[in-house]
Design a protein around this ligand. Structure first.
Ligand code: SF4
Length: 370
């Protein structure tokens, strides 16, 4: 298949790999901030192919993982005490440990929690059950927000009043700035997310090159895409440049998808957001605009996350907060592959396929000393 198969075959990338080895005469740390990139890097065994000088760090790229503990606890408490409401959510949220329960356990206690595969699923349920309140737990980055906004526009046009949304969206660039400002880690360049950048455009990272003098490469989701991104970052550093480059031109442009952003901006406005591991980041989340406040689950049901403390822990001493900041890798968590596994996750990073701990457990645990 054109534009996909040729990017899957790492053997085709042997020339690039040789160039990477030639360029890697200094230590560098590159962070990927997309769970799909984490997945492809682990699955392809890329880390093992690279010279020791190149450290690939997984950052806060999994939307379920960065959802804060107070938000998870508030959702679980709300679901547990509202058995007459239909809760709709993407599957990964079901098993994320709250401080004392999970949505999956709440469902076993007779709350109607349903997994949807698209926000349109919540809209369909609301249409089919007009006598029931339907709440959409809306988690995701800039990629998901336009879809949610579009669903709310449709619901408003149809006069649907039994659908509300609990938006937990996060915006990527503000989190990147916080990571670069962090004193306890060093990031020499970013492997930027392909999907998010298809919406916001590669130009959105201009401040990282201008203000922080760090290179960025937007890349796709096949092994060769990741390899090219590493090569392009290394070359920039070798040449003393800090530019925003786009390896994923087959999908991403400099300006992104203006139509998707217009829909998102019509329904949502930027607001402060609480991230697991990164704390409260100004203007890094999305809240409903006044015209759409009628769809606010928080307002209709009085959901208030300020009542919950941010322990950032799961049921045991989970280090997800440090994994999400790239301060440790998953294998450095004492619970990794012992008390914490995909069948018994202690934190969100082991729950979601996009979580770093799940990816390391599935593909890299034999490569690390446990
Ligand atoms: S291995 Fe488990 S407990 Fe440790 S950081 Fe990852 S998800 Fe949390």
């Amino acid at each position: 298949m054109k534009y996909i198969d040729e990017f899957k075959d790492l053997v085709r990338g042997s020339g690039i790999l040789k160039e990477i080895v030639r360029l890697a005469t200094f230590k560098v740390s590159f962070m990927e901030i997309c769970g799909s990139h984490t997945h492809v890097i682990c699955k392809s065994g890329l880390r093992a192919l690279l010279p020791d000088n190149i450290n690939l760090i997984s950052g806060p790229g999994c939307p379920v993982c960065v959802t804060s503990q107070p938000e998870i606890d508030a959702i679980i408490d709300f679901a547990d005490s509202n058995k007459d409401v239909i809760i709709t959510t993407f599957g990964d949220m079901l098993r994320v440990p709250g401080s004392s329960s999970t949505l999956e356990q709440v469902r076993a206690r007779a709350t109607d929690v349903r997994v949807i595969y698209s926000p349109l699923g919540a809209l369909s349920i609301a249409r089919q059950s007009p006598q029931k309140e339907v709440v959409l737990l809306s988690v995701g980055f800039e990629t998901t927000a336009p879809l949610i906004a579009s669903v709310l526009q449709t619901a408003q046009a149809e006069g649907i009043t039994n659908l509300t949304v609990y938006p937990l969206h996060k915006l990527t660039p503000p989190a990147m700035a916080v990571l670069l400002d962090s004193k306890d880690m060093r990031i020499d360049g970013f492997i930027c997310p392909g999907h998010v950048t298809a919406i916001i455009g590669a130009d959105a990272y201009g401040f990282i090159a201008k203000d922080y003098k760090r290179p960025c490469v937007v890349t796709g989701f096949e092994p060769l895409d990741a390899l090219f991104a590493i090569y392009m970052l290394l070359l920039q550093i070798k040449e003393g440049r800090a530019d925003i480059e786009n390896e994923y031109k087959r999908v991403v442009s400099g300006t992104g998808n203006a139509r998707a952003r217009a829909i998102m901006d019509h329904v949502f406005e930027p607001s402060d957001a609480l991230w697991r591991g990164l704390g409260s980041i100004p203007m890094s989340g999305l809240s409903l605009r006044d015209d759409y406040m009628g769809f606010s689950a928080a307002k209709r049901f009085g959901i208030d996350i300020t009542k919950y403390t941010d322990s950032s822990k799961g049921t045991l001493d989970c280090r997800c907060a440090d994994v999400l900041r790239g301060v440790i890798n998953p294998a450095q968590c004492p619970l990794f592959a012992t008390a914490c596994t995909p069948t018994a996750p202690q934190g969100p990073c082991m729950v979601s396929d996009e979580g770093a701990c799940a990816a390391w457990y599935t593909y890299e645990r034999t490569a690390v000393a446990l």
